[in-house]
Write a protein that binds this ligand. Structure first.
Ligand code: B12
Length: 247
């Protein structure tokens, strides 16, 4: 019994070390059973479907390894188009981090699957990263909303972290007031209004051209910055973020 417990603890510690050495800013473990006990969420934007349960992706999953990457500079908020596809450089490091976690677990004899299709925000709250804020993003006490998320499902039985249960927003609603297109109500984003959603779907929307020029400046024909107003308004993580001097 003690041997199993010690092995579980060692494996959990080592996976966290692997993730951090590969560039993660945050890493946490969620029990697949706990995630699956919560109702599915409706993903309105583009996907038009419910998020998946962990067991639908990996029937024998026991744990979810959740990783966060701190995007500390406006330049990590670029969106670059190639044909119909969009690329987001701020998200690139997550691929290397999750790959390192998968390689390690597989070397130890476990199975792994990338956890696309799950609600990353819910996973991050359960992994203890931060609270679900009024800007509808996970807000970490140190990095603020400036974190990007990914997750790996595994059949390894790991030690779960404590969920984040503190409310960091309290009576602050700066993000809601900062949104240039009024897409935010506390804890709710209207993706048919959010500049990011509209621009990425390349939908024409009246009155948006001037807002896009101002809040989503272009650098080349294919590359623009994504609007960051609801993140910039958040007091958490401000001190660790650097902004484009020209804006
Ligand atoms: C679709 C999508 C969008 C859409 C729609 C936004 C939305 N509804 O979240 C658009 C294009 C507008 C968008 C924009 C952005 N997105 Co986006 N997006 C997604 C995606 C693919 C799915 C999110 C979704 O629709 N979920 C369905 C909704 C209904 O559920 P949920 O938000 O997942 O969470 C529920 C639970 O958490 C629960 N809940 C838990 N705790 C609490 C507490 C309270 C008080 C309440 C009320 C509810 C609640 O309620 C929530 C709503 O039901 C995720 C990736 C993923 N797989 O999760 C990224 C993701 C959410 N996006 C992200 C980011 C960073 C952005 C942008 C900043 C753009 C950018 N630079 O990448 C903007 C921010 C706009 C904003 N303020 O939300 C990050 C969030 C990181 C973070 N810190 O939280 C994610 C996780 C991507 C990633 N891999 O990191 N996004």
């Amino acid at each position: 019994m003690t041997e199993i417990k010690l092995r579980r603890e060692r494996l959990t510690r080592e996976i966290k070390e692997v993730a951090m050495k590969s560039g993660a800013s945050l890493v946490g473990i969620v029990s697949a059973e706990v995630y699956d006990s919560l109702p599915k969420v409706w993903v309105e934007w583009k996907i038009q479907n419910y998020s998946k349960k962990a067991s639908e992706i990996m029937p024998y999953a026991k744990s979810v390894v959740v990783v966060g990457y701190h995007v500390w500079d406006d330049m990590l908020e670029l969106a670059i188009r190639k044909g119909e596809e969009w690329f987001y450089p701020g998200y690139f490091p997550l691929e290397a981090i999750t790959q390192a976690v998968k390689d390690y677990l597989e070397k130890e004899g476990f199975k792994t699957v990338s956890a696309g299709g799950l609600s990353y925000k819910r996973l991050a709250q359960l992994a203890g990263f931060g609270c679900y804020g009024k800007n509808t993003l996970i807000i970490n006490p140190v990095f603020g909303p400036w974190i990007r998320l990914a997750a790996v499902l595994t059949d390894a039985d790991l030690v779960a972290d404590e969920p984040f249960n503190k409310d960091l927003c309290v009576d602050c609603d700066e993000c809601v007031r900062a949104c240039p297109v009024k897409a935010l109500a506390p804890y709710k984003v209207d993706s048919s209004k959010c500049l990011i959603g509209v621009r990425l779907l390349q939908k024409e929307k009246s009155g948006y051209n001037e807002k896009l020029r101002r809040y989503e400046p272009s650098f080349t024909e294919n590359a623009h910055l994504m609007c960051m107003e609801c993140q910039k308004a958040c007091k958490y993580g401000k001190n660790l973020h650097s902004s484009l001097a020209l804006v």
